[in-house]
Each structure stands twice: as structure tokens, then as C-alpha cells.
Design a protein around this ligand. Structure first.
Ligand code: MRU
Length: 335
């Protein structure tokens, strides 16, 4: 299958192929680049829950393709949609993708179109965001907001690969290591110089003056501009502010949820504690001691220097800017 981005060294994250959903199995990266096929809603839900496919825009496409699977199989669409949406509560793109496919006459065609649109949208995010970065920028990022988190190209990494970037610092992103495993894999394939650091190193790196800006993705952006993203994003934003370094969020309009007035209204996914209490098969904490595993945190809007969308760059005050953005989008076909 051709890459959604011509000459892209990263194959399509998620695609509709022969009546099934084909995904890069992200649980196996960076060691193995293998594909997983889901031909039922159950199989797709399992792939989403276990992070074989992950990242907000990719989850949007997965949600739409899940509806397409259900429609082709003649499943109860309400039940299938509810199951898909419940797999991961924070990324609003998932519910958005499900709703778009449900509203379409042909869910399969709609899901395929959404994957192509996602790549085009991310290219626009990249072009807008690149203008914010200085030549030879030294960028710090958290989690994975690259091609693997989307149908292709990436949001935060879309900005990075579109800009004149000198070096990328990659937070490893405990506990599931999306930075170390996935972002580092993508940057290596793209030939962009990168260094993985423990998440806890970010503060001293900023203090040493070795970071020009932070660029991250988002799972949901509330109406006031508060941003939910992978846990660890909020402390990074605090550190960036303390050190006078710009903190940019790159996300498509489909990540904005005006029904959430503020970050306090965003549901934060709680995952199994054993993702925190172990490393691979080895337990790292004493048996009998609990682990907390909230997968996302909320960065208040006042710590965000700018939000980069496919429609352009938004700055504070975010509430009117986000409202206007969605009103403009609502008048455009394909949303
Ligand atoms: O738990 P994950 O790996 O799905 O979390 C992903 C993130 O936090 C990403 O930064 C976010 O979805 C934006 S992806 C373009």
C-alpha cells in the first residue's frame, strides 16, 4: 500500500484494506514493524484499548473505520458506536470519528476519506507551525504526536518535520514510553537528529538553555483553551514558562471540544496500575503498594503560547479564537 505521504519513510498508520482495518501494531515498535488486521468491532476495540493504535487523530480514523466494520457486518450501530467510544475517553477525536461515519451514507467511503483528510490537515498544521520555529530550532516534545498518532505526517512532529529543526529532545514518556519507542523511531526514519531523555531531565535541560521551544500534541482542547495531553505535559508547560521558553500545542480542529467549558470537564483516562508498577514483565514496586495511572493531564490555557491548527495559529484569548475557528469549520464541507 502506498504511503499517504509521498516518499514518506513511515507507512500508513491505519488504512481500510480488503474489508478490514490494517494498522501498524505500535505495541511492537521500535523492534518490529508489523501490521495488525481488525475485521470486527471487537478486534478493533481491543487494538485501541491495548494501544496497538493510539494518538488522537488516529483514534478518530479508527472510530470511523469501526463504524464502517459494523455497517458492513450489519451490526447494531448504536451498540458498536458506544463500545468504540468507551475504549478511550480522553481523545475527543474518537467520538468525532464515530459520529462522522454514523452521519455518512457510506461509512466505508467516509472513513477512507477521513484518513486522507487527516494527512492533508496535518501538512497544513506543519506549514503553519514551522513559521513559529527559529532556524536550527532545538525542540523538546513529549509522547508521540507524529505520523503514528495520526493517519500520517503528524501534528507536533508534523511541525517539527516541516521546520528547519536542528535537534529534537524526546521525553521518553513514562510509563508506556511513546516518546522513547515511537517518536524516536519516527525521527530516526525521518533523519532528524534526536536524543531521548528521561522525562525528569526536561527541567535541567531547559535551565541549561538548550531548548528553543516545546511542541506537543493534544487529546482534547476545552473551550477556554485548556489542553489535555499525555501525562507529563503539564509539568513541561510549567517548566517552559519558568524558563521563558515558548510552549506550542499542535492539533487539528477535531481535537477542540466546545462542550467542555474548561479542562476540569475533560474526562481523564485511568489505566491499569500495572503499567506504572512494572517495566516489561518485571515488577518495580513492592507488591501490596498501589500505583496510580492517569494517562493524561491538563495544561491550563495561560501556559500555552499558541495553538497551531490546520486553519492557522491561535493565541490568547483562546475562548473567542476557538469559537470562531469551529464556526468557520462548520460552514465547510467534510466536517
Ligand atoms: O495514550 P496515547 O499514546 O494515545 O497518547 C497520545 C498523546 O498524548 C498524543 O500527544 C495526542 O494524542 C496527540 S497525537 C497527534
Amino acid at each position: 500500500m502506498p504511503s499517504p505521504v509521498p516518499d514518506d519513510p513511515i507507512p500508513p498508520t491505519i488504512a481500510w484494506l480488503d474489508g478490514a482495518v490494517r494498522m501498524i501494531d505500535q505495541r511492537r515498535l521500535p523492534g518490529h514493524l508489523v501490521f495488525l488486521h481488525a475485521s470486527t468491532v471487537d478486534e478493533l476495540c481491543e487494538a485501541i484499548r491495548t494501544l496497538a493504535v493510539r494518538g488522537a487523530p488516529a483514534l478518530g480514523v479508527a472510530g470511523a473505520m469501526g463504524v464502517a466494520l459494523a455497517a458492513v457486518a450489519g451490526d447494531d450501530l448504536d451498540e458498536a458506536s458506544a463500545r468504540l467510544v468507551a475504549t478511550r475517553p480522553t481523545a475527543v477525536n474518537l467520538a468525532w470519528g464515530v459520529a462522522r461515519a454514523r452521519a455518512a451514507d457510506d461509512p466505508v467511503a467516509e472513513a477512507i476519506a477521513m484518513a486522507a483528510e487527516d494527512v492533508a490537515r496535518n501538512r497544513r498544521i506543519g506549514a503553519h507551525g514551522a513559521a513559529l520555529l527559529p532556524a536550527g530550532a532545538r525542540v523538546l516534545t513529549h509522547c508521540n504526536a507524529g505520523a503514528l498518532a495520526c493517519a500520517g505526517f503528524g501534528t507536533a512532529l508534523g511541525v517539527i518535520r516541516s521546520a528547519d529543526v536542528g535537534h529534537v529532545w524526546v521525553d521518553e514518556t513514562r510509563p508506556l514510553l511513546q516518546g522513547a519507542r515511537l517518536t524516536a523511531w519516527e525521527l530516526d526514519r525521518l533523519g532528524i537528529p534526536a536524543t531521548v531523555i528521561p522525562d525528569v531531565r526536561a527541567g535541567s535541560l531547559l535551565a541549561e538553555g538548550r531548548v528553543d521551544c516545546v511542541v506537543v500534541g493534544a487529546d482534547r482542547i476545552a473551550a477556554n483553551g485548556d489542553v489535555a495531553n499525555k501525562v507529563g505535559t503539564y509539568p513541561l508547560a510549567v517548566l517552559a514558562r519558568h524558563h521563558g521558553v515558548p510552549f506550542y500545542v499542535a492539533a487539528p480542529t477535531s481535537t477542540v471540544d466546545l462542550r467542555c467549558p474548561s479542562g476540569a470537564d475533560i474526562p481523564i483516562e485511568r489505566r491499569a496500575g500495572d503499567e506504572v508498577s512494572g517495566l516489561g514483565a518485571a515488577r518495580t514496586t513492592p507488591a501490596g503498594v498501589d500505583s496510580e495511572n492517569l494517562a493524561f493531564d491538563v495544561t491550563p490555557a495561560d501556559l500555552v503560547t499558541a495553538i497551531v491548527t490546520e486553519e492557522g495559529i491561535l493565541t490568547s484569548p483562546y475562548a473567542p479564537a476557538l469559537r470562531a475557528l469551529l464556526e468557520r469549520g462548520a460552514t465547510r464541507p467534510g466536517r
